[in-house]
Design a protein around this ligand. Structure first.
Ligand code: B12
Length: 304
């Protein structure tokens, strides 16, 4: 199999495994590294210390996979139903957290893709990535032609909008690369205006310290009193900048049952949540995105 045939075979297998979007890019970070550095220098990462701790690896992918030459970027649609407006005593959960944990689902599919790769090219080095490795997934997805980076910093695809999870497969094999997609946000600024915390301080510039998603998902400990107000009514995550995006109005529905809202998730009835002790919280949410915040974080968010 030559490089072009192998790239086709790998892409076909990825689609068969349920990734609607797939594209290949060279394993070079380029100017995105300067953007990451300036984002960190501004303090926009808040307390997410792992960026600074692994800065070398972000800039040199060979520290993530020795001999890496190519990155196959993958996208999976997670749009299901529309959000239901919360009534009294109810709170919003962002779409990505309505169902099961996407990491678990995607990791399983990635491992199957890596197995396919190894069967075709037994000598090659392969590493799969979803979220936790030092890889700028949106940058590589843009380079691989999956979409463009919108003003809200989301990777937006012409067909699926931004309701897509990203993942990557790093390989030491040369692949046939795709072309990057050009920006299609134009003069629209609806996401910038919709952000409840004013976290989108400019086009493609997000100050995580003011982002409801960061405050309700990532931040441990108390939320600054001035920022508690902007999280109002949101239990976990935030989709305001995506709900406002015109590219998200008519996107197809996901085929994955795992992403459908679990019972009582869209929206959440606060009294049912408050009644849970540690053990029932663990049983109910262990394999969902809410587990990341633990029960303490969820209780903190609800008492905003
Ligand atoms: C840390 C993190 C967060 C942080 C910080 C977000 C941020 N904007 O940086 C917080 C907790 C706030 C967060 C929130 C969310 N996240 Co998040 N997050 C991540 C994570 C782990 C790292 C992101 C990162 O590297 N940030 C650092 C900044 C500097 O990088 P960046 O955002 O990629 O920024 C690049 C562009 O803005 C670009 N850029 C800037 N200017 C320009 C100009 C041009 C011309 C171009 C081309 C590019 C460009 O350069 C930067 C560097 O490459 C990724 C997974 C991963 N490993 O990539 C998921 C990820 C980005 N998150 C994701 C999701 C779903 C969310 C939420 C929607 C969850 C929710 N509903 O609450 C929100 C969306 C908020 C938002 N608008 O970003 C998805 C995004 C999928 C997509 N379609 O884009 C990812 C990819 C996870 C995944 N595997 O699917 N997240």
């Amino acid at each position: 199999m030559n490089d072009i045939e192998f790239t086709h075979a790998l892409k076909d297998e990825a689609r068969r495994l349920g990734f609607e979007l797939v594209g290949a890019a060279p394993a070079a970070v380029g100017p995105a590294m300067e953007r990451l550095k300036s984002w960190l220098a501004e303090g926009f990462a808040g307390r997410m210390g792992y960026f600074a701790d692994r800065l070398d690896a972000y800039g040199r992918l060979e520290l993530v996979l020795d001999g890496v030459r190519s990155v196959l970027m993958l996208g999976m649609n997670y749009r299901t139903v529309e959000p239901i407006e919360p009534g009294p005593g109810q709170l919003r959960v962002s779409r990505y957290a309505w169902g099961g944990d996407y990491h678990e689902l995607i990791r399983d599919r990635l491992h199957r893709l890596a197995d396919f790769h190894r069967r075709c090219k037994p000598q090659a080095g392969v590493r799969t990535v979803v979220d936790t490795a030092p890889l700028l997934e949106r940058h590589f997805a843009q380079q691989a032609g999956l979409g463009w980076i919108g003003k809200n910093t989301m990777l937006i695809n012409e067909t699926f909008g931004s309701w897509i999870f990203l993942a990557g497969l790093l390989t030491t094999e040369p692949l046939a690369f795709d072309r990057p997609v050009e920006d299609r946000c134009g003069s629209c600024r609806q996401c910038l205006d919709a952000c409840p915390g004013g976290a989108l301080v400019g086009s493609r510039r997000l100050d995580a310290r003011r982002c409801v998603s960061y405050l309700t998902v990532e931040l441990r400990g108390p939320i600054d009193p001035e920022l508690r107000r902007v999280c109002d009514g949101r239990l976990f995550g935030c989709d305001a900048c995506q709900e406002a995006c015109p590219w998200n109005r008519q996107t197809p529905v996901s085929r994955e049952p795992v992403f459908r809202p679990g019972e009582g998730m869209n929206p959440v009835d606060w009294s049912a949540m408050a009644a849970m002790d540690d053990e029932s919280f663990r049983r109910r949410f262990r394999h969902t995105p809410l587990w990341r915040a633990r029960r303490e974080g969820i209780l903190r968010n609800a008492s905003l």
